[in-house]
Design a protein around this ligand. Sequence first.
Ligand code: GAP
Length: 501
Amino acid sequence: MDKKQEAVKEGKMDKVINLCLRRGILFPSNEIYGSTSGFFDYGPVGVELKKNLEKSWWKYIVNDRENVVGIDGALINVSKVWKASGHVDSFNDPLVECKKCHLRFRADSLIEEELKISMDGVGVKQLQELIDKHKIKCPKCGGEFTEVQVFNLMFKTHVGAIEDEASLMYLRPETAQLIFTDFKRVLATSRKKLPFGIAQIGKAFRNEISPRNFVFRSREFNQMELEFFINPEKMNDVEIKKDDLNLESFFYTQEMQENNKNHERMNFEKALKEGIIGTKWHAYWMIEFFKWFKSIGIKTENMRFRQHVKTELSHYSSETWDLDYNYPWGWKEMEGIANRTDYDLKQHSKFSGVDLSFFDEKEKKKIVPFVIEPSTGVERTILTVLIDAYTERDDERIFLDLNPIIAPVKLAVLPLMPKEELEKKALEVFNGLKKEVVCDYDANGSIGKRYSRFDEIGTPFAITIDYQTIEDDTVTLRYRNDMNQERVKISDLKAKLSELM
Ligand code: GAP
């Protein structure tokens, strides 16, 4: 990418943030008191977008499948959960502090920004060597840094009247562990057999050293996670449709990264045949999510699968693929799809003393299942959708090219002018449609300004009520992207919109 393209991409992020603030999508929390970075609130438009996105995920992963069920677990958990999971000991990020102004930075992000190279999988020792070699100083005051240390990202709290070791609890840094701790009860009550999954959408909290890129890395965010449990001997026992195997994406393997090669385009059939993806179940879920992101409107050419290099793998994972997006600041993780093996269930069995194996009736033996975990951040997905959908035309018109499935408002109902007879008719049309489709009514300001407002929040369709409507019961239906208009009878609107949607 040349410098001009880079500038355009960087500008896009500012424009998306500006749009979020201007249109009440997402904005810093506690704004009137001066916010703390990493915490955000959704406004009226954003909350609809969030609900649509979560609904689409839940339907695709839970409601449309006979082998996945859902839970909604507590946010604050006993410390043993996080001791068992390994988070208390190893959920750390590398930290440096400026000796002069005492600002703290995440060492890998700092080096990435200074040297414009990826720090994926680079350990503390190498980070220190890079800081020393390139004489990296504090970007704020030019001061020297302390040695790289590790910083635990868990938020602690005490529950009850006494603050001691026994009352120590943690805010969950991922939703996944609740699925493991609930495994036995869900298994007993849902009567599922392997392979099956448990899904959850909910809050996660991480005391990030340097939250950045708007909601991309925040301290309080939502995750959509699936833990899919499989007999370890049957990790390849799944039929993948031919059409799905033929799907193509960019793949960036361990080997390509280690040898400084570029990512390559290939189909999933090749990736499986050549052993690039370790197991068929892993490939199955990579494909399912590739299709889901596509279904919510993300362009496939902006996605790639990047394999974690060995030094980067989490303590629980035998193989992880990030589904990356080409953000204005480079390719970064949008979703992680990990093979967590039997690590978590075994750890929780050990720490709780409760047997978390599955009894296989057919084979008459206990099995501790392996787990494939696709894990996605809600806010990160929303940011990705907004960046991908943000469109500026030559005439300086701005619109969000959102898929109607996730558009916060599907239809704008607009009287052409603020005249009583037009408003009355428009409200009549609005009331007739509001139960069928999420619509909004707006009679304030010029029609051009109202179209712009709805274009900017990605409303795919608008209908305008004018004097002709009073005469012949027809309205103008306007399409967001090309601004084409057609005349439609009010009585045909429901059918027309359901066809379009
Ligand atoms: N259970 C596995 C897990 O939590 P992760 O890679 O740490 O894995 C999964 O997180 C996803 O959660 C990421 O791909 C990202 O979309 C989202 N995520 C992680 N940390 C985040 C943060 N600080 N702010 C916003 N989203 C985050």
